[in-house]
Design a protein around this ligand. Structure first.
Ligand SMILES: *Cc1c(COP(=O)(O)O)cnc(C)c1O
Length: 376
C-alpha cells in the first residue's frame, strides 16, 4: 500500500529533535505566549525575509484575522467585496464571509489552476477592497499585472499561503521573493499535512505593515495589546508553545523537503505518458528541480475518467485524494451561490486527482505509480 501521506513516517525523521523540543516546553511550565512562539516568529520572519510574523491558531484564523484587522483599521467594512478564486479550499472564502464581507468568485486559469488575472478587472467595483490570491497546490500565483491592478484600484492583496511555504516569485529584474512576502499580508497554515506541518493546528500571519501586524496580534489575543486592556472585540487565536517548538525544528528541514518534492514531480512529469492524463502545465524549459516557483504541496493530474482512474489506483494499492471534489459555490454552506456557474472551476473539480508526493515516498514507489498510470 502506497500511502498518500504518511505523517508518522514524516515526523519520525525528526523524532529525537521533536521530542526534545516538546519535553523542553512541558518542563518549562510555560505553555502560551512564551519564548518558543517568539523564537518561531523570528525564525519564520527571517526565513521568509518579512518584517512581521504573528503565530496564530490555524490557517483559517490567519486569513480571518487579516480581514478583521483591515476592518478595525477602517480600510474595509461590512458588505465590501473581496475577489477570490472560485477554485480553492473553502477556508479562503470562509475567512471572507465570517467577516461579513462579500466574496466575488473568479474562475482560474486552466493551465495553472490559479486565479486568472485577466478576469479580475471586470469584477472590480467601487466596493472592491482586496484580492485574495491562493498559491494553490504549492504554485505561486503572482504577476506584474496583478500588482498593477492592485495599485490602480488601491486594493490590498492578501496571500493564502497555506500550500506554498518556501516558494519564490522572481520578477523581470530577476529579484526573487518568497510567497507570504509578495502581497500586503499573508496567511499560513501549519496543519499537519501541509509542507510545514505541526502536530496539531497552527498558523501564522506575515506582513511588512506595522499597523496591520499590531492589530492582528491584538485581535488574536482577545483584542488586547496589554493584559486586561481590550482595544478590540478580538478572538482567542494563539499558537501554543508546543506547536511553535515543533515547527521551529521542522522549519530547518523545509527547503530540503520541498526540493525532494520537486525531484518527485520531475520524475512524474518526465515519465508519465498517457493520452488520458493531463499533467501539471510547465511554462518553463527548465528542469522542475530548478523551478523555485512551485513547492508541490500536491501533485495534481487531470483525467476525464477520474473516478475510474482513482478506483483503479485504489485497487492497485495506491492511495489518492481529490483536491477538491465540490467547489465552494456548490457547497451547502453557500446555498445562495449554488446557482452560479464557474465552468473552469467545475471542470477542474470533476477531473482532478492528487497522486502521492509526500517527501517519504521512495523512488521505487514513484516508479510503481508511474507504471500503473501509464497502463491505465
Ligand atoms: C489548509 C488550508 C487552509 C486552512 O488552514 P487550516 O490550518 O486548516 O485552518 C486555508 N487555505 C488553503 C488553501 C488551505 O489549503
Amino acid at each position: 500500500m502506497i500511502k498518500f501521506l504518511d505523517l508518522q513516517k514524516i515526523n519520525a525523521q525528526y523524532a529525537d529533535e521533536i521530542k526534545n523540543a516538546t519535553s523542553r516546553v512541558i518542563d518549562s511550565g510555560w505553555y502560551l505566549l512564551g519564548n518558543e512562539v517568539n523564537q518561531f516568529e523570528v525564525n519564520l520572519a527571517n526565513y521568509l525575509q518579512v518584517k512581521h510574523s504573528i503565530a496564530v491558531a490555524n490557517g483559517l484564523d490567519a486569513l480571518r484575522l487579516i480581514l478583521k484587522a483591515y476592518i478595525e483599521m477602517g480600510f474595509m467594512s461590512e458588505g465590501d467585496e473581496i475577489i477570490v478564486p472560485a477554485n480553492t479550499y473553502i477556508a479562503s472564502i470562509l475567512a471572507i464571509t465570517d467577516n461579513h464581507l462579500e466574496p466575488v468568485l473568479v474562475d482560474p486559469d486552466i493551465e495553472t489552476y490559479n486565479l486568472d488575472c485577466s478576469l479580475i478587472e471586470k469584477h472590480i467595483t467601487s466596493r472592491t477592497k482586496a484580492i485574495v490570491v491562493v498559491h494553490l497546490y504549492g504554485q505561486v500565483c503572482w504577476s506584474e499585472q496583478l500588482e498593477s491592478l492592485a495599485q490602480k484600484y488601491k486594493l490590498k492583496i492578501i496571500e493564502d499561503n497555506a500550500q506554498a511555504i518556501g516558494a519564490y516569485y522572481t520578477d523581470k529584474e530577476g529579484v526573487s521573493r518568497k510567497t507570504g512576502t509578495l502581497g500586503d499580508a499573508a496567511g499560513f497554515s501549519f496543519y499537519p499535512g501541509k509542507n510545514l506541518g505541526a502536530l496539531g493546528d497552527a498558523g501564522a500571519v506575515t506582513t511588512n505593515d506595522d499597523e496591520l501586524a499590531n492589530t492582528v496580534r491584538a485581535l488574536g489575543n482577545y483584542g488586547s495589546k496589554q493584559k486586561y486592556q481590550h482595544d478590540f472585540q478580538g478572538l482567542n487565536s494563539r499558537m501554543d508553545e508546543i506547536q511553535a517548538a515543533v515547527l521551529d525544528v521542522k522549519l530547518n528541514y523545509l527547503d530540503k523537503e520541498n526540493q525532494r518534492r520537486r525531484v518527485i514531480a520531475q520524475k512524474y512529469c518526465e515519465n508519465i505518458h498517457n493520452k488520458k492524463i493531463t499533467l501539471p502545465h510547465l511554462d518553463s524549459k527548465k528542469a522542475l528541480t530548478d523551478c523555485l516557483n512551485h513547492v508541490w504541496h500536491l501533485f495534481v493530474i487531470r483525467c476525464k475518467d477520474r473516478d475510474r482512474l482513482q478506483k483503479y489506483l485504489t485497487e492497485k494499492e495506491v492511495e489518492t485524494l481529490i483536491h477538491y471534489p465540490i467547489p465552494p459555490h456548490k457547497q451547502g454552506a453557500y446555498r445562495y451561490m449554488n446557482h452560479l456557474s464557474f465552468s473552469i472551476t467545475e471542470m477542474i473539480h470533476n477531473e482532478v486527482l492528487s497522486i502521492p508526493i509526500s517527501t517519504v515516498i521512495t523512488d521505487e514507489e514513484v516508479d510503481i505509480i508511474v507504471d500503473l498510470i501509464n497502463k491505465f
